[in-house]
Design a protein around this ligand. Structure first.
Ligand SMILES: NC(=O)c1ccc[n+]([C@@H]2O[C@H](COP(=O)([O-])OP(=O)(O)OC[C@H]3O[C@@H](n4cnc5c(N)ncnc54)[C@H](O)[C@@H]3O)[C@@H](O)[C@H]2O)c1
Length: 342
């Protein structure tokens, strides 16, 4: 029988794509989610692929999380894949407390509960934003760390907490630093939904499809090709494959490590918008805007370490990722229904 895994934040955008991957590979999957930004509907759509048990809980509730591991169903999990967290940079500049409590304290509660239950393997969703603005590109894992907002600072703090738990309690980890994640499941079982909408590419897709008004307002004063920020856009299904490879790697005794997940290619905001416009066949209005607090000019990945040690490389083209998002929004114009935030 294949091992059982826990996916925190499995109702969210990236987590749900990873849930599908693990179900299709024949693993029993537990999802722990508070559904603050995730969707039960996403998980309902995936139940047909295998054994999926959904637990509604908040990682900041230590007693409850600890009990789920020590006496509840989660004690059987062999690997924990940890996606749960808040991730809106602008919100983190307004409300840093939310980010340190939700992301840092929530993750430490998880690590402590895993440790007490004797669960050794953790795979964590970190971000390229821990590097801040690039000092060189493509950025490898040795690039200096310089978080520029409470969101990325909280993710770096979680990385450090994981390393301490590994040192002291012999936990084993893979930390993934994702670059910008795009795309959607090619069957459109799941895709991107966010209230309020925060990500550039889904907003541009919905705008060009005429589903929601969207005007491109972006600072164009950065030191890049056309003045707009350059980012690396990696496909969500490629990320799901990387997580599966990481689980196998840890199960085979691979050593704890940190890996970038990106495509090695950067696109400016205007270049991305032009790709979406070309694929959908409609233009969006543009006007120059102010740089957002904490925003930086250029980042794209050197993913050589993930290739060498995990055997991963990105497969999707930018066009394919955008086409899957278009397909998703054509079938689900509003994504999933808005979650009921307590
Ligand atoms: N989307 C990106 O481009 C990107 C880039 C880099 C890193 N990441 C990281 O990937 C992870 C997943 O991102 P996503 O885009 O899928 O976001 P998402 O908001 O769609 O998913 C986050 C999930 O975590 C759940 N959650 C949040 N706080 C929780 C808590 N305290 N207890 C239990 N569940 C909680 C939410 O309900 C949601 O289902 C995050 O940790 C994020 O920092 C995302």
């Amino acid at each position: 029988m294949k091992s059982e895994v826990l996916i925190t934040g499995g109702g969210g955008y990236i987590g749900s794509h990873v849930v599908k991957k693990f179900l299709k590979e024949g693993h029993k999957v537990f999802v722990l989610d508070n559904f603050s930004t995730g969707f039960r509907q996403a998980l309902d759509n995936l139940k047909k692929y295998g054994e999926l048990e959904v637990i509604e809980a908040d990682l900041t509730d230590f007693e409850k999380v600890h009990q789920l591991f020590s006496q509840g169903p989660l004690k059987a999990a062999a690997t924990v894949l940890h996606f749960a967290g808040a991730l809106v940079v602008s919100e983190s500049m307004r409300d840093p407390r939310k980010y340190f409590i939700n992301n840092l304290a929530g993750s430490v509660n998880l690590l402590e509960s895993m440790k007490d239950a004797g669960i050794k393997n953790v795979i964590f969703s970190s971000t390229c934003a821990v590097y801040g603005d690039s000092q060189y590109v493509p950025m490898d894992e040795e690039h200096p760390l310089n978080p520029t907002n409470p969101y990325s600072e909280s993710k770096l703090m979680v990385e450090k907490a994981i390393k301490w738990y590994a040192d002291i309690f012999k936990l084993k980890y893979v930390i993934f630093r994702y670059f910008n994640v795009i795309g959607a499941d090619h069957d459109s079982d799941i895709g991107y939904s966010s209230y309020p909408p925060t990500h550039l590419v889904p907003n541009a897709v919905r705008g060009t499809l005429g589903l929601a008004p969207f005007k491109v307002t972006c600072a164009n004063t950065f030191n890049t090709r056309d003045g707009t920020p350059v980012r690396d856009y990696v496909d969500v299904c490629d990320l799901a494959d990387a997580h599966y490879m990481a689980m196998l790697y840890l199960e085979k005794g691979g050593e704890s490590d940190i890996f970038n997940l990106g495509t090695g290619r950067g696109y400016s905001v205007y270049e991305i918008i032009e790709q979406v416009e070309k694929l959908v066949g409609k233009k969006l209005d543009r006007s120059p805007g102010e740089a957002r607090p904490g925003e930086y000019s250029e980042s794209f990945a050197n993913f050589g370490k993930a290739s060498k040690k995990l055997g991963w490389k990105p497969a999707a083209t930018l066009e394919k990722s955008i086409r899957n998002l278009v397909k998703w929004f054509e079938k689900n114009p509003n994504g999933f229904l808005e979650p009921q935030v307590p």
